[in-house]
Design a protein. Sequence first.
Length: 260
Amino acid sequence: MSRPVALVTGASIGIGREMVLQLAQDGHDLVLVARSEDKLKELAGEIRQKYGASGTVISSDLGKPGSAQALYDAVKARGIAVDVLVNNAGFGLKGRFVKLSLAEQQEMIQLNITTLTELCWLFGRDMATRGQGRILNVGSIASFEPGPEFAVYSATKAYVLSFSEAIDAELRGQGVNVTTLCPGAVLTNFHDRANNDSKLLLATAMTAPPVARAGLKAMFAKRPVVIPGLINWIAAFAVRLTPRRLVTKVSYLMIGKSPA
């Protein structure tokens, strides 16, 4: 009997890498997608040696227009049917909206929203046709609140949550479930890329393994949303009961202001 196949974007480091290891251990073969081909090849060797799982390496910059279709075509050309799609690739930038590079923020929107949406459409159609499949989209605790200093990032993650909940409702009747993983701060290279030095935010940070485990467990249990960590869950719940203006002020306090 063939092993199910999971495709993980942003697979080379952080939460994505942990998901790859856990999926391989649970009996999946993998399609590994990220920009760093060397790291992907190393990871493919690791899961083969430890778990007997195959790892198909596809190096791709998903922050570029057209990358989702190119990835889908590459997978189809290899004759691979994807049972699990994990949209983990994404990045954030800390700073005042008008001070940050517009080009970098547009790339963030492309990766966090456009590519994710296109991959859900491309692979989701195949899953619906087969009558089974699972999608895990990585959102954030920022999905629930506006984020001064992370204005565009927070907005992209709000989209991920709303979009994922909607298509989960649409696809469940066709045997496909969609889960959104909404972690708080996680000790990965995300904060280096984002130039985030917010001490209050990082004080609550979790490590990648339990976050990855929570996301996969929720996906296989067909839960629409999962928020790892009690503090993060309380924060997300409290947002629903708090005036938006106050939520924004508290968020600003947690993240810390950049110079004007």
